[in-house]
Write a protein that binds this ligand. Structure first.
Ligand code: PCA
Length: 203
């Protein structure tokens, strides 16, 4: 079995991105699973493009995409991707896309195909603060999530794929002028491996 696992490069006023550090912390092989890893640019065109080329080039059996949401207090299992780009900050190329569909011909939204209820109870049982989230926002993470689920919808097979937002790391919170919730990196690494375990068990 092959998983594609992606994170994002740093963006905006975040000098590091926990999703990148998480992806880099994972092994290339876990149990019987090959982990293909990619870091996506925070760029309105190149982010989704890089994801699509990783998907086409690797034909994974399952996909986990991660990103940072610095205001979140818990690991957030995103339930729905919406067909909207409405950036509140610029991407790393300085571009702010507002009020535009991701795909003018695509459906309004896609649901995650991750077993998010099972993932929630597994992670909470392991004492990793976790929640189900109803909005991945309207920035790059949602755009990549929507692009991912659009690709999944076109596949002939059923597959587990979705997006997970991570809170900031303690080193980001330490340097933040305002309040910033955080969790240590090993929580994210453990969460990712537990998510893989759970998907294998449920597919
Ligand atoms: N978080 C941003 C984009 C990249 C990232 O890690 C987001 O939530 O859209």
């Amino acid at each position: 079995m092959k998983f594609l696992i992606t994170g994002f490069e740093p963006f905006h006023d975040h000098p590091i991105n926990p999703s990148q550090l998480l992806v880099e912390s994972l092994p290339d092989q876990y149990l019987d699973v090959q982990l293909v890893k990619g870091i996506l640019p925070v760029h309105h065109l190149l982010g989704p493009e890089r994801l699509l080329s990783l998907l086409a080039g690797n034909q994974p059996d399952a996909v986990l995409a991660f990103g940072l949401a610095a205001n979140r207090t818990k690991v957030s299992l995103e339930r729905v991707a919406i067909n909207l780009m409405d950036y509140s900050i610029a991407d790393n190329a300085g571009v702010t896309v507002t009020n535009r569909p991701i795909d003018p011909n695509g459906p309004a939204a896609y649901f995650s195909t991750l077993p998010i209820e099972q993932l929630l109870s597994t992670l909470v049982d392991e004492e990793i603060p976790t929640e189900i989230s109803l909005s991945a926002g309207a920035y790059l993470c949602n755009q990549v999530f929507y692009t991912l689920m659009h690709w999944v919808a076109a596949q002939k097979k059923r597959m587990s794929a979705g997006f997970i937002h991570l809170p900031a790391l303690p080193e980001q919170a330490a340097r933040s002028s305002g309040p910033m919730p955080s969790l240590p990196l090993d929580y994210f690494t453990r969460a990712a491996l537990l998510i893989i375990d759970t998907i294998i068990l449920h597919t």
